[in-house]
Design a protein around this ligand. Structure first.
Ligand code: 3PG
Ligand code: MG
Length: 349
C-alpha cells in the first residue's frame, strides 16, 4: 500500500494551514455524545501549533444535512466548543459544516477554492471520510501542498497489517446490520482468514442464501424477541427453534462460547459489527462476550466500525485491543483493497 507524505515532513512555521478532520461525532440534545473523533484529531493540531503555524483552520462535515432545518441540527458549534476545551489556542479556527455547501459532496472545485483561499498548506487527517471524494477531502488536496495528518497515517499503518501476511490463526468477526455494504470486504478478507465468525443480522442473511465462497461459523443459538423493542419478551433458543415471527436480536451463550474459543486461539483479529442490538441491555451479552474475548486474546486485534467500537469503548476495553479505528466505511473500503480518494490525492511519502 502506498503511504502519503506526513505532516511531520512539512515546513509549517509561519504558515496558514487548512486541516480536514473527521469531527462527525454523535450529538445528543445539542451536546457531543462521544468525543472520540475530536480527541483523535488533536495530535495533528498540536503538532501544527507547536511547530509555529500562523493559523490552523479545521473543517469537517457533521451528519448528513438535507433540509434548511438540518442547519440548526448539524451546526458545528457543539463540536467547536468541545474542541476548544481540549485545545485552547487563538490560532485555532473552526469552519462551519462543510456539507452546508452544496458543492462539497460533488467534489466541486469552486467550493474547494473557497476552502483553499488564503491558506498555504492542506493537511488531511480525516481517515473516517477518506473514502469520500468530496471538495474538502479530495479536490482541495490538488489546490494546496497536501500532507497526511498523524491520525490518517496511524490508521493506514495499523490497517495495512491486515492486508499482507498475517500471523495465524487469523479470525475475522463480522456482525451488524449493513449487510450489503459489508459483503465485499467479507469476501475479500474472509477468504484469507482461517475462521470467519458471523453474528448479528448479517448471520441471518448469510444463513438464508450464503453468498460467500468459504465456510463460516454461524450462531447455534440466539436470544429471540417477540418484537423489535428494548423491553420485548425474549428467550434463548437454538437457531432452529425461533418461534414464528420472532426476531433473533443477539447471539446466545452457546454461540458466544464457541466464538470465544476461536478468538482465544487467534493471533490476528479483525472485528466489525456487533453481535446483536447492543444498545439494549437484554441483547448486549453476545457483543459484550466477544468484546471481552477480543480484549483478552494474545493477538494483533483491530476493531473498526461505529457500533463495535462503541461496544469496546463502553466496556472500557479500548486500551486492550491493538487498534480502534475511527473509520467505519473507510476501514472497510481500505480492507477491500480499494484506494481511498482522500489518501490518493496526497503526494506519496
Ligand atoms: C462516518 O461517520 O462514517 C464518516 O464520518 C463519513 O460520514 P458519511 O458516511 O456521512 O460520509
Ligand atoms: Mg458511515
Amino acid at each position: 500500500m502506498r503511504l502519503p507524505r506526513s505532516v511531520e515532513t512539512a515546513a509549517v512555521e509561519g504558515k496558514r494551514v487548512l486541516v480536514r478532520a473527521d469531527l462527525n461525532v454523535p450529538l445528543e440534545g445539542g451536546r457531543v455524545a462521544d468525543d472520540t473523533r475530536i480527541r483523535a484529531a488533536i495530535p495533528t493540531l498540536r503538532l501544527l501549533l507547536d511547530r509555529g503555524a500562523a493559523a490552523v483552520t479545521v473543517c469537517s462535515h457533521l451528519g448528513r444535512p438535507k433540509t434548511e432545518e438540518d442547519r440548526a441540527k448539524y451546526a458545528m458549534a457543539p463540536v467547536e466548543r468541545r474542541l476548544r476545551e481540549l485545545v485552547a489556542d487563538e490560532r485555532l479556527h473552526v469552519l462551519e459544516n462543510t456539507r452546508f455547501h452544496a458543492g462539497e459532496t460533488k467534489n466541486d472545485e469552486g467550493y474547494a477554492r473557497e476552502l483553499a483561499d488564503g491558506q498555504d498548506l492542506f493537511v488531511n487527517d480525516a481517515f473516517g471520510s477518506a473514502h469520500r471524494a468530496h471538495s474538502s477531502t479530495e479536490a482541495v488536496a490538488h489546490l494546496l501542498p497536501a500532507y497526511a495528518g498523524l491520525l490518517l497515517l496511524s490508521e493506514l499503518e495499523h490497517l495495512r497489517r491486515l492486508l499482507g501476511e498475517v500471523e495465524r490463526p487469523f479470525v475475522l468477526i463480522a456482525g451488524g446490520a449493513k449487510v450489503e455494504d459489508k459483503l465485499a470486504v467479507l469476501e475479500q478478507l474472509g477468504g484469507r482468514a482461517d475462521t470467519v465468525l458471523i453474528g448479528g443480522k448479517m448471520a441471518e442473511q448469510v444463513r438464508v442464501d450464503n453468498p460467500l465462497s468459504f465456510a463460516v461459523e454461524l450462531p447455534v443459538d440466539v436470544v429471540a424477541a417477540r418484537e423489535f423493542a428494548a423491553d420485548a419478551e425474549h428467550r434463548t433458543v437454538t437457531v432452529d427453534a425461533v418461534p414464528t415471527g420472532w426476531l433473533g436480536l443477539d447471539i446466545g451463550p452457546a454461540t458466544a462460547a464457541v466464538f470465544g474459543e476461536h478468538i482465544r486461539s487467534a493471533k490476528t483479529i479483525f472485528w466489525n459489527g456487533p453481535m446483536g442490538v447492543f444498545e439494549w441491555d437484554a441483547f448486549a451479552d453476545g457483543t459484550r462476550a466477544v468484546a471481552q474475548a477480543v480484549a483478552r486474546a494474545d493477538a494483533y486485534s483491530v476493531v473498526g466500525g461505529g457500533d463495535s467500537v462503541r461496544a469496546v469503548q463502553e466496556l472500557g476495553l479500548a486500551d486492550e485491543v491493538s487498534w480502534v479505528s475511527t473509520g467505519g466505511g473507510a476501514s472497510l473500503e481500505l480492507l477491500e483493497g480499494k484506494e481511498l480518494p482522500g489518501v490518493a490525492a496526497i503526494p506519496e511519502a
